[in-house]
Design a protein around this ligand. Sequence first.
Ligand code: OSB
Ligand code: MG
Length: 367
Amino acid sequence: MRIDQAELRILKLPLKFRFETSFGAQTQRTIPLLTLRSGDLEGYSEGVMEDRPMYREETTGGSVELLNRFFLPDLLNQDFQNPEQVWQWLKPYRGNQMSKAMIEMAFWDLYARSKNVPLWELLGGVRTEIPVGVSLGVQSSVEETVRLAGTHLDQGYRRVKLKIKPGWDVNVVTGVREAFPDARLTVDANSAYTLADLGTLVALDDARLDYIEQPLAYDDLHDHVILQNLLRTPVCLDESITSPETTRKALAAQAGRVINIKVGRVGGHSEARRVHDIAQSFGVPVWCGGMLEAGIGRAHNIHLSSLPNFTKPGDTSSSSRYWAQDIINEPLEVKDGMMPVPTGPGIGVTPDWAFIDTVTEQTYLTR
Ligand code: OSB
Ligand code: MG
């Protein structure tokens, strides 16, 4: 299968809420949207990189440069029989998983559409709907957080994840735990702590959290091993897991007992599936993280989440939580804490080009 044309658009989409994490606050997203064309077929993906390298190293600007200057022109000279060959072509390039994932994921969509089957089927999914929770940013007060957690639990969401940072941790966790003694609660520090903060992290061990997500450095495994040894609560790794190899090393060393898989962070679906399989072989559950995706990225996440070892609720909540208007024609909405897996060919959703035109800041065509 040859790619005739690649269209990269840069979209600006305002979030319905201010999303604050330990590394900063966001009120909008810059979303690179990639379309790959082959004959009269198209495949789509979204980039999950951010404008500034606060989560991991990749940035929107750096990714646009890399895609336009090297990856997309080179892609048009290739002929791939399947998505695995796309990954094998991208693999020798160091890092840049999020940029690679954009190409790999758009190809998966195109490939599944060419076979007229839903993506989940080709990936080996086993679920028609997936359990989901919500990720709540740092709020103005503990009371506000308790209120917001309550609203989402009332809506049926299967777990509430609280973003924490030094000074906003034990207080908010204790407040929410007291208000909801039986709720499935987790926290996500986005690397805001070090082993010097052991007092705080041990204090969180009493909150009956399902897991503590990425407490230590974004590229660390070693200190997470030490921490996991001192905690009863499972450590969940997010930022530190960038490949099947880091997954194997992390789990062999017992740096954590849960893995957050973000398909963009690990370079696409083929690698995400290998991370999933390795975790499964260690008896470690995984769940699908989010990066505030619009509909195309969200649909990709939902298909991946249908694999058997995605046993914990993911972050792929209703599109309408994030956006006044999404970039796709189909709704992606949660009912009773479950998100249906789209059934159409490929990712099973279609871009709303009329709306996308109104939020496109730039368009680059490679042909
Ligand atoms: O660490 O999971 C994270 C958003 C941006 C960057 C990092 C993270 C997140 C989220 C949001 O937690 C999850 C979502 O609702 O998409
Ligand atoms: Mg996280």
